[in-house]
Ligand binder design. Sequence first.
Ligand SMILES: [Zn+2]
Length: 352
Amino acid sequence: MQAFFADDQLLHDPQQFMRLGRLCKPTDLPARAHALQAALAAHGIAVATPPDYGRAPLETVHSANYLDFLEGAYARWMAVKQPGLEPGIEVLPNLSPYGGAGQAQRGPCPSPSVVAQAGYYLRDLSCPIGPHTWHSVLRSAHSAVAAADAVCQTGDAAYALCRPSGHHACRDSASGFCYVNNSACAAHRLLQHYGRVAVLDVDAHHGDGTQHIFYDSADVLTVSMHADPAGYYPFYSGYAHERGSGAGVGCNLNLPLAHGAGSEPFLLALDAGLAALRDFAPRALVLPLGFDTYKDDPVSVLKVEIDAYRQVGERAGALGLPTVIVQEGGYKVDAMGMALDAFLRGFQAGRS
Ligand SMILES: [Zn+2]
């Protein structure tokens, strides 16, 4: 299995996010990537640096005006002149615009102000933009695209060590530590080659951005299993009744799990997702892989054990599909390596 990661993905170092009315230190620490790199090395998987594809593969799923904002926001923010008030250390919105956010299609922000655009394009307070955020986001997406290209060449599997994560990012908005939807970029790449693709998201949070991006598509099945969003991020979507729209009706499946659910219900949901996949008969798979379902993860409301990741790997590997594995969440740094190790052991066993 090939793996992809660019050192520049470590440069993004967010300093603050809002939680329960408090500005806290974010949990998306660069150390997460080191733990995952160590697990890959233990499996003898060499990690390659992705080519610099520029913005083109991001523009397949995101609007140009949104990417313009991400690319230029920090410099514009630092240049804001307001009498008696210096800009903060990162771009963070103080506006929550009504209507439109998260919709598949909306126009550019009607205001040229970077303050207005921060509210328009950053859907919550967990996506600060610092001096290196754009570059890390761009390279994280490149890792996903390189993994997809490798899979198109080999017909086998590849792993993208994406950081920052991506599955909450919509066509023109960031949220939940996610700026660019790496999994959607990979799915789009596979779609060009294979024509029919499934996304099976096993992160603890609903993959709302991926759902939004492909909601009307009949060629991409999106399946997400996650903690019940009624009391958990992202709250506004991830419910079982959301089945797609237009040509995509029936091509979206959400499998919410009761809070406190352990490995057994988690794997039962996985089997329901795999059954939907078999019905859809995709020719390739994207697997957004999160470890924040782990029982000791600092943001987890589930009770999943490490061995469950081995079984996720085994069952996904046994599908025999060309597969791009895209890293999403997981915030217990000293457990992430074990979780990825278990997943990879299972995946390799499922393949053989
Ligand atoms: Zn998550």
